[in-house]
Design a protein around this ligand. Sequence first.
Ligand code: PXP
Length: 246
Amino acid sequence: MLKLGVNIDHVATVREARYRGQSFGEPDPVAAAIECERAGAHGITVHLREDRRHIQDRDVWKLREVVRTRLNLEMANSPEIVEIALRLKPEIVCIVPERRQEVTTEGGLNVLAAEGEIAETRRRMNQMGIQVSLFVSPDIEQIEAAARVGSQFVELHTGSFANSFSEPEKRDAELNRLITAARRAHALGLLVNAGHGLNYSNLPHLLTVPHLVELNIGHSIISRAVFVGLAAAVREMLALLESYKG
Ligand code: PXP
């Protein structure tokens, strides 16, 4: 069964638009996480950014208390955030690029350029019982580097696929890259997640990619929730995932 991790960052984006700098405000990402889990989500994903533009520190600590499925903390490989993650103990962290020099041309983490630092963070997380995923472009060299640093998962960056969705030739080329990358990752013993830019229209095409364990989807679910409510938006996405054949 293909799992759904709901990224609730944009619930906090809406809150911060009105209540930035306050210790309260709506909508509450913690209440959103509870609602997503009730609707059947398999995990809750948040990105504690170095600039704290949406999710705040108090959010992640409250989420740690209430999340019953799986808390996935997206994070930069920066000393401050690494220390928070080691204390927070989410089930899994996904290391993502935040600074320009850490980003590959397609927007994934440049594992190849920082194997030593990433391997060290991977080791420290695993020692605390935290699994590690690396958010990479569907690029064989990056996937091989992810395997070398001992990561348990890769999360394939689906942004180029999503951006090319209205141009069938480009879209199919991007899908083929994702398929090749997923096969290589699986052959190297990595578990494969995917995310970024996925929505109710492009998702059925993505389901041709093999070996997927979990999709992390945020913006489209939170957007749909404005019209149908969060629980219905999550359930609609879960229904689409049901047709996945693996
Ligand atoms: N996965 C990762 C690693 C991300 O950084 C993001 C965006 O925060 C997502 C998934 C979700 O992307 P979207 O909000 O476009 O669904």
